[in-house]
Ligand binder design. Structure first.
Ligand code: ATP
Ligand code: MG
Length: 407
């Protein structure tokens, strides 16, 4: 016999409780984002490679080493999406919606990054995310963050996460800050990792996000953006903080939050937990006012976040196991037809019911007991409703069945 086929490294199947956790996160996110007025969009899971390479930044981890990029049979370079924002912005332009603003977008689906698989880090993982396109006011940033906060709250994990916020400033602030960073890191260039030496030339801010230990020691004493903010950027940041307070969202200011992708400005934030080891960021995002323009569209400001469903799934309590549909059991072959009628009638009025594919009444009852069904309907001369939780049994009229099964 051939050896059994294996899943690709870094991918996983969602079965049983894993599937239930995933579904619970997704349902919660859909419900909460709808409360905030977001609409769900679906974009393709692969795009022209340029959608990502032009926007995420040529020195970002994702572009330099994590993308699943390949040539298709027609010779075009395509990439499995590593994140959702670039695709949503591309879709905004494609659909001609850049003048129809604001657009409040929710999305969910698989993302792909070639990373070293470990707990909470996979090569195919899943994200939920929102993008608020159009308004360039701190109210938009605060609303997006509040929606994320409410999702974590409704998932029951708000107590184990902390919101860290920071500002990356506007262009003027960034230019001032960049000069200060270049001066500082150039002085310590010999202690920088090879990668960060390149970043020093191309994008010094990226060094702040380095995972290299030597770099991190230097970063601890690097200049802070807050000393280089323009007045407009400082006002924006103050507006964000007061609106978060108005929405009742608790936060901590953390000047070390810089996002890993190039397109961010002003607001950057992360919800972090200590419960997942090194994979502590569960939901993260920020403002990206230049992105749509970078993709060939007009200037459309935007702010959003994404969260890993796998990391959220690990933090939540096991979702309630749902009862299996009621088991319809003919007492013998003679009642098979009546059982099918009852099965169909119940399903027609929205009551979950199923029938075993084979076996005698005793076998079927045993199976129903094991399956986690709450009720069995025994179909013979009379109809009996058996409560599988306590074993009690009563004669019922067919017309009373729906009410009893719904109870
Ligand atoms: P990290 O620093 O952990 O690599 P990141 O900055 O690359 O995270 P983002 O690009 O901001 O992550 O993605 C948003 C969220 O998606 C993360 O906070 C995390 O929950 C999730 N995520 C990112 N990469 C992975 C992965 N490889 N496997 C599982 N979840 C992931
Ligand atoms: Mg990463």
């Amino acid at each position: 016999m051939a050896p059994p086929l294996q899943p690709v490294r870094g991918t996983r199947d969602l079965i049983g409780e894993d599937a239930a956790r995933h579904a619970h996160v997704l349902e919660t996110a859909r419900r909460v984002t709808a409360l905030y007025g977001f609409n769900e969009w679906q974009t393709p899971i692969f795009e022209d490679t340029k959608v990502f390479s032009r926007t995420l930044g040529e020195t970002s981890d994702v572009v330099t080493k994590e993308m699943y990029t390949f040539e298709d049979r027609g010779g075009d370079s395509v990439t499995l999406r590593p994140e959702g924002t670039a695709g949503v912005c591309r879709a905004l332009i494609t659909a001609g919606l850049t003048q129809t603003l604001p657009q409040k977008v929710f999305y969910a689906g698989p993302m792909f990054r070639y990373e070293r698989p470990q707990k909470g880090r996979y090569r195919q993982f899943h994200q939920i995310g929102v993008e608020l396109l159009g308004p360039a006011t701190p109210l938009a940033d605060a609303e997006v963050i509040a929606a994320g906060w409410q999702i974590l709250n409704d998932l029951g994990i708000a107590a184990s996460v902390e919101l860290h916020i920071n500002t990356l400033g506007d262009t003027e602030s960034r230019n001032n800050y960049r000069a200060a960073l270049v001066a500082y890191f150039s002085e310590h260039a010999e202690s920088l990792s090879a990668e960060s030496k390149t970043r020093l030339e191309k994008n010094p801010l990226r060094i702040l996000d380095s995972k290299d230990e030597g770099d991190q020691k230097l970063v601890a004493h690097a200049p802070l953006i807050h000393d280089h903010l323009s007045q407009a950027a400082a006002e924006f940041y103050n507006g964000l903080k007061s609106t978060l307070t108005a929405f009742g969202v608790p936060f901590t200011e953390n000047p070390r939050i810089v996002r890993g992708l190039d397109y961010y400005n002003h607001t950057a934030f992360e919800f972090v937990t200590t419960a997942l080891g090194a994979q502590g960021t569960v939901l993260a995002g920020g403002r990206y006012d230049g992105l749509v323009e970078q993709m060939g569209g007009p200037s459309v400001p935007g702010v959003g976040w994404a969260a890993g469903i796998e990391r959220l799934s690990m933090l939540i309590a096991a979702p309630e196991i749902l009862h299996r549909p009621a088991a319809i059991i003919p007492m013998n072959e003679e009642y098979h037809g009546t059982a099918l009628n009852i099965l169909k009638s119940l399903r027609d009025i929205g009551i979950a019911a199923e029938i075993a594919y084979a076996g005698n009444a005793k076998k079927r009852l045993e199976r129903a007991n094991k399956s986690g069904a709450k009720f069995a309907v025994l179909v013979g001369e009379d109809i009996k409703l058996k409560n599988l939780a306590d074993g009690s049994q009563q004669d019922v009229l067919f017309s009373d069945l729906p009410g009893l099964l719904r109870s």
